[in-house]
Ligand binder design. Structure first.
Ligand SMILES: [Zn+2]
Length: 426
């Protein structure tokens, strides 16, 4: 077939439109499990039944998303990697933490090292991204939006398509999704058999296997603020049990049951999560701060805190390679390049109202000022003469494009585009 002749002065639009159409065509539905959808809908039902101002609703959405990712983490809970906490003031309990500390002791101001149980980073990123797309799909369906959410093909993470407008709106987005906090699992309401290593005293913390894991009741450890003593206390909520190795959606079902059975859980969880987000942003080093991702090194560092096994220095509680939402400097650099590249390859489009953006669960709480503030208002165009220094020197109909049509998080949104603003208004 002969090459169609491009309209004068916009040869790029034809190349860009073919590229865009091919990527829209190769995007695919997001895979999901009924238990995942069930948990997300139960969470959204609670959030939308509350009379909230928009700002606080968005925070609750991000808090709820952390629980969805937590369910995914809990589905992988193993027999190994538990820490036995002998605390005589409370019943001996074993915990399955997601930062490198005994969670009960850290709430009391004491750092006891224990390696966190996070799934490997490759798996985490892909699962969190998939769950964020399902979460957005459910949010959009709830507001009866006709926008379709699709998983993109390389190099695009996510594709949003809206055929209810003319021309159809298409947004390509880079996904950066990671939880702020994953509550530790706990077990120990029943008598525990804990194998004592030789030489270990019963009063010591130690790593232990949870050999009776399958079929045993597990709890969530949720910090609850007690204003009388002005401190956070760990409260256990019964979660449920993993029946066997194949029972991979147990935590989605168990969390949904917990939410429906005990409304006080979500109330307390939301209060904790908002405080945790605040403390994360301020690097406040409060007791709950040490359960958040990227919280850094313990201060003061206890004498028995371990050195890194490889490399210099000491272990952290959670290092800066771990992120919360899009708030990791490497992620922000990569996402910015992707937005520029996806924009430059596809804009201008004659077929679609084409937009590019970043989507995440949490905005760049710590790094916004340094990494995004100076970029958020950038618009660009092409100048093949290499001579143009003022807009007035361009042909008057020259199109200008946003670097980011949207920097979209559940927590907050920055948009230079009205379709983005209204689509992601939750
Ligand atoms: Zn402990």
């Amino acid at each position: 077939m002969p090459e169609q002749k491009a309209p004068s002065g916009s040869s790029d639009s034809w190349k860009g439109d073919r590229w865009l159409a091919a990527l829209v065509a190769s995007a695919s539905p997001v895979s999901s499990e009924p238990a995942e959808i069930g948990l997300i809908r139960a969470l959204l039902d609670v959030i939308y039944s509350k009379d909230l101002i928009e700002a606080s609703r968005r925070t609750l959405l991000a808090a709820a998303f952390d629980l969805v990712v937590a369910a995914e983490y809990y589905s992988r809970v193993a027999h190994v990697g538990w820490v036995y906490c002998p605390d005589p003031a409370d019943s001996p309990t074993i915990f399955y933490p997601y930062t490198n500390v005994c969670p009960r002791c850290v709430l009391r101001g004491k750092f006891v090292y224990h390696k966190a149980n996070k799934p490997r980073s490759g798996t985490i990123g892909a699962q969190a991204a998939r769950l964020l797309l399902i979460f957005l799909q459910e949010l959009l369906a709830r507001k009866r939006s006709g926008v379709r959410v699709l998983k993109g093909a390389e190099p695009v993470d996510a594709v949003f398509v809206d055929r209810s407008v003319t021309p159809p709106a298409v947004m390509f987005a880079e996904i950066k999704a990671a939880p702020l906090v994953t509550l530790p699992l706990a077990a120990g309401s029943q008598p525990l058999t804990v194998e004592t290593e030789r030489g270990a005293r019963p009063s010591d913390h130690r790593e232990t296997d949870f050999s009776q894991l399958f079929g045993a009741s597990m709890d969530l450890l949720l910090p609850v603020y007690n204003p009388e003593i002005q401190s956070w206390l760990g409260r256990k909520y019964i979660l449920g049990e993993k029946r066997d190795e194949q029972d991979t959606d147990w935590a989605f079902r168990a969390l949904r049951d917990l939410i429906e059975r005990d409304p006080s859980f979500l109330e307390a969880y939301f209060r904790f999560w908002e405080a945790a987000l605040h403390d994360y942003g301020e690097r406040s080093r409060s007791a709950i701060y040490w359960l958040t991702n990227a919280c850094g090194h313990p201060r003061p560092r206890p004498d028995d805190w371990p050195r890194r096994r490889t490399g210099k220095g000491f272990e952290s509680v959670s290092d800066s390679k771990t992120s919360a939402g899009m708030d990791r400097t490497d992620d922000l650099k990569k996402a910015t390049y992707q937005a520029l590249k996806l924009g430059a390859d596809g804009k201008p489009s004659r077929t679609f109202a084409y937009k590019v953006g970043i989507i995440s669960n949490i905005h760049a709480v710590r790094h916004f000022e340094e990494y995004l503030a100076s970029l958020k208002d950038i618009i660009w165009t092409r100048d093949e003469t290499g001579e143009v220094t003022r807009a007035g020197e361009l042909p008057p109909e020259t199109k200008l494009f946003n670097l980011f049509d949207g920097i979209i998080a559940l927590t907050e949104i920055i948009a230079r585009d009205s379709w983005v603003r209204s689509t992601f208004d939750f």
